[in-house]
Write a protein that binds this ligand. Structure first.
Ligand SMILES: Nc1nc2c(ncn2[C@@H]2O[C@H](COP(=O)(O)OP(=O)(O)OP(=O)(O)O)[C@@H](O)[C@H]2O)c(=O)[nH]1
Ligand SMILES: [Mg+2]
Length: 183
């Protein structure tokens, strides 16, 4: 083989390796995106009004994966930490009392863009501004009784999941429907 042919072969090899690496990177990127998680919590009014099943159904039928769920009566201390960003707002004491007025159902849901899509499924903070078809648009009326919480960013989701769940409560599993939900 001539020196010129040799260097062409080397360039071809590099190109081939580059293509394979790019393919792996894009596949693992898609897989990582599918593993995005959000923290969703049914508030005491949602539990009292018997809406737990209907809310879970919406996330299930969308195709998201349930990773963790429990029923608990959250302490004021935990709720103050959860809503710490709002501590200077005038409605903060009322918000903590409301959230502490009965059991809540904290959950972790996983899937592609689940944080953003989850927020869209919830609707606006004020149910009056929430479109029909959203959870708040369909099931509640006032901002102080808006039945459900959802993380507003991936970073806050990670923080909230760590606040409400132990690592061992997050269940690793592959839904049987996985290949029918994702291409
Ligand atoms: N009474 C009252 N409650 C409010 C008001 N603004 C917000 N809240 C409550 O505080 C919660 C948290 O407020 P935000 O984080 O700004 O709104 P959000 O992200 O849509 O709601 P969460 O998913 O619960 O975090 C809201 O969901 C309401 O329950 C208000 O003006 N009055
Ligand atoms: Mg919020």
């Amino acid at each position: 083989m001539t020196a010129a042919a040799n260097s062409v072969a080397t360039v071809e090899n590099f190109l081939m390796i580059g293509i394979i690496l790019a393919l792996f990177a894009s596949i693992s990127n898609v897989m990582a995106n599918n593993k995005e998680r959000t923290f969703i919590m049914i508030k005491p009014d949602g539990v009292q009004r018997g809406l737990v099943g209907k809310i879970i159904e919406r996330f299930e039928q969308k195709g998201f994966k349930l990773v963790a769920m429990k029923v608990m009566w959250a302490s004021k201390e935990l709720l103050e930490k959860h809503y710490a960003d709002l501590s200077s707002r005038p409605f903060f004491p009322g918000l903590v009392s409301y959230m502490n007025s009965g059991p809540v159902v904290p959950m972790v849901w996983e899937g592609l863009n689940v944080v953003k899509t989850g927020r869209r499924m919830l609707g606006e903070t004020n149910p009056a501004d929430s479109l029909p078809g959203t959870i708040r648009g369909d099931f509640c009326i006032q901002v102080g009784r808006n039945i459900i919480h959802g993380s507003d960013a991936v970073e806050s989701a990670d923080k909230e999941i760590g606040l409400w769940f132990d690592e061992k409560e997050l269940v690793a599993w592959k839904p049987a429907t996985n290949d029918w939900v994702y291409e």
